[in-house]
Design a protein around this ligand. Structure first.
Ligand SMILES: Cc1ncc(COP(=O)(O)O)c(C=O)c1O
Length: 470
């Protein structure tokens, strides 16, 4: 990313955050150059970039002014009242997986950050060190529960987030996806009902489908997250075996539950004796100066099964995740991991442990959260510019995913085929629900390389949407 783009993203964020409200005058080009230690030409380019995005406008001889408030409304809150439904349709994801690997496609579809946002040099160095120092261990399997070095580092890191865990409470898994699958396997039998957010992460629906579980969608509000009243009603009136929730920077809405709501959710689970599977995949990717507290930190009764991952934060290719469950299930969970894939890649476990031990992670996490916040601001500005009026757009409180609800009756599933032919992918809304709905929505990954190709891709995608609206 060029310096002027970074400056434009920073200013764009300040505008979104209301530091410069609609109509406010931005600092002069000279002032901002001095303040940021950049050249005048960099500041001029940044202001031109913001003009191009439609965020500010120049008034002759007066300077630059913020154009208006966020032009798009938030997506609608889904209606409640659904019954539990069997889950089907996992195969629909194959189209997106193929597009994610195709270098000719600009991939807004897969929820994987571009490698430039990840600490790739540090990971390569950690991997070299581990092979040099622990070659014999790398050549062997680290059977469940996984390498003790990694479990110890993770327990230390989770302690800083308020979770008191023994390294032996942790099981290393192949990503968060496997952690959730193991948790649900321990808790449920085929046909059981699992409460999920609506909309929810499609990988979770794949797990439910595989285990023949029924999903009970509970509405998630784009500004507040999972609606607790319908959840409590479901706990009271139905036999709900488990509830899966992403309390921080959820996928696809990017919404984060307040601490009060998190505590209320844990209390609800205790009152009704319903286990919570907590998906904390994006838990560190929030730029608030304080790492959000996981539900697990308030779990006194052993109801929360905590699932984490390094996929979105450190290295997607490692495929490392972890599960922290109530102590009485340790052996059962280890056996479940063994039965699924025997063990998790040893060099990957040791490399991650070594990287965590070096202590660079906090700096990286801060930089990543900041970069993703800028990417999200940028994507929202582009969508507001290129998509039809009436498009509703999420206001993510972390992570790097953006959810857009299109006006009219555009079916984004049908749109995807056309969009892929033009070299642009996105995740169609229907993937995020077990029972239909969200067909006029799409999820986009903002953590892409923001080059000319990405800009043109969004412009083209906006054109396709407009064509469909007629
Ligand atoms: C909310 C959420 N949970 C879990 C996962 C899967 O994580 P992993 O890649 O670690 O299996 C994803 C990946 O997109 C996700 O978005």
């Amino acid at each position: 990313m060029h310096l002027y783009e970074t400056l434009a993203d920073d200013l764009s964020w300040l505008i979104c955050a209301g530091v410069y409200p609609p109509g406010a005058r931005l600092p002069s080009v000279r002032h901002i150059s001095r303040q940021r230690g950049v050249s005048v030409s960099t500041s001029v380019r940044a202001y031109h970039e913001l003009e191009r995005r439609g965020v500010i406008e120049a008034a002759p001889r007066s300077g630059y002014f913020v154009v208006g408030p966020r032009r798009s409304a938030l997506p609608s809150v889904p209606e409640h009242g659904a019954s539990p439904v069997p889950v089907a349709g996992a195969h629909r994801i194959l189209q997106l997986l193929a597009a994610a690997d195709d270098p000719r496609t600009v991939s807004f579809g897969a929820a994987t950050p571009h490698p430039d946002y990840m600490p790739s040099a540090a990971m390569a160095a950690a991997s070299r060190t581990v092979w040099r120092r622990a070659r014999r261990r790398c050549m062997n399997q680290a059977f469940p529960p996984g390498a003790v070095e990694l479990r110890t580092e993770l327990a230390r890191r989770l302690a800083m987030a308020g979770c008191r865990l023994d390294p032996d409470d942790l099981l290393i898994t192949n990503g968060c996806q496997e952690a959730m699958a193991i948790a649900l396997k321990m808790l449920c039998r085929p046909g059981d009902v699992v409460a999920v957010e609506a909309p929810t992460y499609y990988g979770l629906l794949e797990v439910l489908e595989q285990q023949q579980l029924r999903a009970l969608p509970i509405p998630s509000d784009p500004s507040q997250g999972l609606a607790l009243d319908p959840l409590e009603q479901a706990f009271r009136t139905r036999e709900v075996r488990a509830c899966v929730v992403t309390p921080v920077a959820s996928n696809p809405l990017g919404v984060t539950l307040s601490d009060e709501r998190k505590q209320a959710l844990v209390a609800l689970a205790e009152r009704h004796a319903v286990p919570i599977v907590e998906d904390d995949t994006y838990g560190e990717l929030v730029e608030t100066g304080r790492r959000p507290t996981p539900l697990k930190a308030w779990d006194r009764a052993g109801r929360v099964y905590y699932c984490g991952s390094a996929t979105k934060t450190i290295c997607a290719g490692l495929r490392i995740g972890w599960l922290a469950m109530p102590g009485r299930y340790r052996q059962q969970a280890a056996m479940a991991q063994y039965l699924r894939t025997i063990s998790v890649n040893t060099p990957a476990q040791l490399t991650l442990a070594h990287y965590l031990a070096t202590g660079h992670i906090d700096r990286h996490m801060r930089a990543a959260a900041r970069a993703y916040r800028q990417c999200v601001a940028r994507l929202i500005a582009e969508l507001e510019q290129h998509f039809p009026a009436g498009t509703k757009i999420s206001a993510p409180q972390g992570g790097f995913l953006v959810w857009a609800e299109l006006p009219g009756t555009v079916d984004t599933g049908a749109l995807l085929a056309e969009s892929l032919r033009c070299g642009v992918s996105f995740a169609p809304g229907a993937l995020f629900a077990p029972n239909g709905g969200f067909e006029n929505c799409m999820r986009l990954n903002a953590a892409v390389a923001w080059d000319q190709a990405a800009q043109s891709a969004l412009q083209n995608l906006g054109g396709l949407v407009r064509d469909r609206l007629g």
